[in-house]
Design a protein around this ligand. Structure first.
Ligand code: UD1
Ligand code: CA
Length: 486
């Protein structure tokens, strides 16, 4: 059943400088939980099905527009050349929706915790009350810095007063403006034309529209959000950290309700874009970021950061840093593994301790247990790569590929100088530098032959503990320290 659109247009105010962030990045592009603040606002508004989304850009305009093109290509940006206030920004946006009739959602771009359900409740309150304009409000313990909602004796909203313009008495009001409004587009546009700048900041305030409409005898309303967290803006880095924490708590609550064990919610960070299956355990210090998907029954952490990574059922990923990697079912990774983009680990395989992989696929049941770099490689199934192996993929100019077959056993401390191929069932000797192909079933040996210089220590290091030990061994009639006489 198609849900009819609840607003005809969405306007996001995102032109402000965000001075309090003290950042070169425009405020609305600061990210929490896997999306920019602007991205969160747009995602919350998207299900409303508006015919048009307009984003007011100004400060850091190029950056904001480039970001928009990536996350919301259908949104229109309109430019506010000078940041003369939220009312000025809204007026510019509403010019771009003048051809549409019906309710318009106007929302600050720095409201990352706003949820669709909260907007929908505001829209519904607006509709059922028959208001010309309805503002989302919240009752908070500390209203510092926020616009206060002024109500008359009958509880009707009569104005919004910014803190810096408020009387001492108005400052005691704890119901505040969330910066989210639903109103008739034409009426709000007309009222914005009358908004002045006679306030402490000399800016045109969107909030003044309420008082103007009330003065006209129109009906405006305030709808209190069920969860005040939804209404929290974000103006500086401390608020950014606080919002990030709140958002993360919400994500983890949802995961736990869906059957995921989160051992330490304080140190586990999961982006809103991540999926985790039931009966997976997330240990302390785990970060799941971006498009990461973890299947059920897996174990991740402690101390693991997975970005855009897929983890299969029953896999264990311990003390691992991974990006754009695919970890198959029942795979074991870590501790101390680094999976770089293009890593693909098939079912039941293993990447062990101090192993780095990049653009490498490992077949079913194959293992790279210790101390290795595997770059640009295809490894078959059932193969074991010896400890301390380096896939020498880079000749200083270009990258080359190494192929290792099925059921191969490569020795410890090998160098595979790419391009090179080791066939199915082949072995290589420990310490080999493999520069030419090893045929299936062959043993590749590529190392200097050992020679022992008999009696060297006694002649060249006389009087040392080593010489004494060697002499004692000779006296016992053992020859293992000195080598067999030729
Ligand atoms: C605003 C509200 C305040 C409310 C609070 C909620 C006004 C005057 N005040 O205050 O009542 O309690 O949000 O968080 O609106 N912007 C532009 N162009 C401008 C100025 C601002 O696009 O010229 C945008 C900003 O990018 C931001 C939004 O408007 O997304 C609000 O501006 P901001 O400076 O954050 O207002 P607050 O002081 O937080
Ligand atoms: Ca703000």
């Amino acid at each position: 059943m198609a849900v009819p659109p609840s607003v005809t247009a969405v306007v996001v105010l995102a032109a402000g400088q965000g001075t309090r962030m003290r950042s070169r990045t425009p405020k609305v592009l600061h990210a929490i939980g896997g999306r920019s603040m602007l991205g969160h606002v747009l995602a919350a508004a998207a299900p409303l099905g508006a015919a048009r989304t307009v984003v007011v850009v100004g400060s850091g305009r190029d950056q904001v527009e480039a970001h928009l093109a990536g996350i919301a290509p259908d949104a229109r940006s309109v430019v506010q050349e000078q940041q003369n206030g939220s009312g000025h920004a809204a007026a510019i946006a509403l010019e771009a929706t003048a051809d549409l009739t019906g309710p318009v959602l106007i929302v600050n771009g720095d409201a990352p915790l706003l949820r669709t359900s909260t907007i929908q409740a505001l829209v519904e309150a607006h509709r059922s009350a028959g208001d010309l304009l309805t503002v989302l409000t919240a009752s908070v313990d500390d209203p510092t810095g926020l616009g206060r909602i002024v109500r008359d004796g009958a509880g009707r909203v009569t104005a919004i007063v910014e803190e810096r313009d408020a009387t001492p008495e108005q400052r005691t009001i704890t119901e505040v403006n969330a910066g989210v409004y639903v109103g008739d587009g034409a009426a709000v546009r007309a009222a914005l034309g009358r908004v002045g700048a006679a306030n402490d900041q000399g800016e045109q305030y969107l909030t003044d529209v309420l008082g103007l409409l009330v003065g006209d005898g129109e009906q405006v309303g305030g709808h209190r959000a069920d969860d005040a967290d939804d209404t929290l803006g974000c103006n500086d880095r401390r608020e950014l950290a606080a919002r990030r924490r709140t958002l993360n708590d919400r994500v983890l609550d949802d995961l736990m309700r869906a059957g995921v064990t989160v051992v330490d919610p304080q140190t586990t960070w999961v982006d809103v874009t991540v999926e985790v299956g039931a009966d997976t355990v997330l240990h302390p210090g785990t970060q799941l970021l971006g498009a990461t998907v973890v299947a059920g029954g897996a174990v991740v952490g402690p101390d693991s950061t997975l970005t855009d990574t897929e983890v299969g059922e029953g896999a264990r990923v311990v003390r691992t840093h991974a990006e754009l990697a695919v970890v198959g079912p029942d795979v074991q990774v870590g501790p101390f593994a680094y999976l770089r983009p293009g890593t693909r680990l098939a079912r039941g395989s293993k990447v062990g301790t101090f192993v780095e992989t990049k653009n490498a696929s490992l077949g079913e049941g194959s293992k790279i247990p210790h101390l290795s770099y595997v770059g640009d490689a295809t490894i078959g199934e059932g193969t074991n790569i010896g400890a301390a192996t380096v896939f020498v993929n880079y000749d200083g100019v270009a990258k080359h590929h190494t192929t290792i077959g099925d059921h191969a056993r490569t020795g410890a401390d090998n160098m595979f100088v790419a391009p090179v191929t080791v066939g199915d069932g082949a072995y290589t000797a420990a310490g080999s530098v493999i520069t030419t192909d090893v045929p299936p079933g062959a043993m590749g040996v590529a190392r200097a032959t050992q020679r022992n210089v008999t009696g060297w220590v006694g002649r060249r290091r006389p009087g040392t503990a080593a010489a004494a030990a060697a002499e004692a061994a000779a006296g016992r009639g053992t020859d293992e320290q000195q080598g067999s006489p030729a």
